[in-house]
Design a protein around this ligand. Structure first.
Ligand SMILES: NC(=O)c1ccc[n+]([C@@H]2O[C@H](COP(=O)([O-])OP(=O)(O)OC[C@H]3O[C@@H](n4cnc5c(N)ncnc54)[C@H](O)[C@@H]3O)[C@@H](O)[C@H]2O)c1
Length: 364
């Protein structure tokens, strides 16, 4: 214990490292002179379940806006987002630790997220996990939330941010391979930036999943949702293509270079599992969301045969590098998923939850 900080007129004894008034942390007194946000620094955290987060009614427009802002911050070099370490308890499964800090968005925290490919056979979602949001002044945990909603929405939002700069503005057809959670959220997000979308060509290895997707998306969006019976039909003549099947260690990619039209924009979410190396090499521009993360994955054995990276999404968003320059270019954005997207969205979720008094307070 050292000499404490002055809070109001009063000196209190507290650990120097804490840097804020101990009394305020305990919520016993408030002072305009104390810099700490007393509401945030009680001995408690807010817990938000998936249902709590869904109740907040956060729009995809809002998520796209904070995710785009996160990429602007990255372009300024003002974020910390180390490559995500992972453990792999089952074949093709992962549990990743994803920390990030965005000073200007006052966002700091970590997502602990797993993807287990056998879960759907057990009637469980592929993705599960938690996100911890920390106070940037004290490091104290503020909130623990389910991360499945955030993972679905922010990934769609990142695709939409990329499409805003890299897809043709008048894109009309969307091909989706893998009609699960991401197939849904990516369509929702793309509709915000590709206002002229008319038709979705949907492919899934599971006839049941495909049928559910067609029914749900037809009811939700004013679009033609056309089921197709081969990957090729979901790629050919599509202006935007998202692949969202499983990430595989043993690759058996099927998408061939000539299937992908000139002027197309592709966003693989399943790494290099779906696109043949030649197809990726046929792109005029090959982008990614993070070079360091890509390098890290290469060391882990993924992405052994990919083209040179033209730009990171942050460089395109900030105008440092050109996005789409003509209607003939074929462009791919290899999205690995970044924790800056999660933390930027988590701050939005946390603020809304506090405004609306949603969630359960738990003691620390
Ligand atoms: N890059 C990112 O930021 C990011 C974020 C989240 C998820 N992902 C990845 O996105 C992918 C999809 O995740 P999800 O949560 O939507 O999973 P999900 O289980 O909800 O959906 C996957 C769908 O793909 C189908 N499928 C399986 N193999 C297929 C194949 N060969 N061709 C077509 N469809 C196939 C399944 O039947 C299922 O309907 C996963 O690979 C996941 O790791 C990436």
């Amino acid at each position: 214990m050292g000499k404490g900080l002055i809070c109001g007129e009063e000196a209190v004894t507290m650990p120097d490292s804490l840097g804020v008034c101990l009394k305020c942390i305990r919520g016993k007194m408030r002072s305009s002179k104390c810099e700490a946000d007393v509401n945030m620094l009680k001995d408690e955290i807010l817990y938000l379940s998936k249902a709590d987060i869904e109740r907040l009614d956060i729009s995809m427009e809002e998520i796209i806006s904070v995710v785009e802002q996160a990429f602007r911050e990255k372009a300024k070099g003002e974020v910390e987002v180390p490559p995500k370490p992972g453990i792999h308890p089952q074949k093709d499964a992962f549990i990743h630790a994803m920390p990030a800090y965005l000073p200007n968005m006052k966002a700091a925290g970590v997502k602990w997220v797993s993807g287990f490919p056998k879960n759907p056979e057990r009637g469980l979602p592929y993705i599960s996990g938690l996100l911890v949001l920390n106070d940037v002044e004290t490091g104290f945990p503020l909130c623990v939330m389910d991360c499945t909603w955030i993972t679905a929405k922010r990934t769609g939002a990142a695709t939409a941010v990329a499409a805003k700069y890299l897809a043709k503005e008048d894109s009309k057809t969307f091909g989706v391979l893998g009609c699960g959670v991401q197939g849904r959220s990516n369509l929702e997000a793309l509709l915000v930036v590709c206002k002229e979308l008319e038709e979705v060509r949907a492919y899934d290895v599971s006839a049941e999943n495909l049928q559910k997707y067609v029914e749900e998306m037809t009811a939700k969006h004013e679009l033609r949702i056309v089921p197709v019976d081969s990957p090729r039909k979901a790629v050919e003549n599509c202006d935007v293509v998202v692949t969202a099947g499983p990430i595989l260690r043993q690759l058996s990619p099927v998408i061939e270079a000539p299937w992908f039209k000139h002027g197309g924009f592709a966003c693989p979410l399943d790494f290099d599992s779906y696109w043949k190396p030649k197809a990726m090499r046929s792109m005029d521009k090959f982008c990614t969301d993070d070079r360091e993360q890509l390098k890290y994955y290469r060391q882990q054995g993924y992405f052994q045969d990919i083209p040179r990276v033209y730009a990171e999404l942050s460089e395109v968003v900030s105008g440092e590098k050109f996005g789409r320059e003509n209607p003939e270019e074929r462009i791919m954005a290899m999205h690995l998923g970044l924790a800056i997207e999660d933390m930027a969205t988590a701050v939005l979720v946390y603020k809304k939850a506090k405004e609306k008094n949603v969630g359960i307070k738990l003691p620390l």
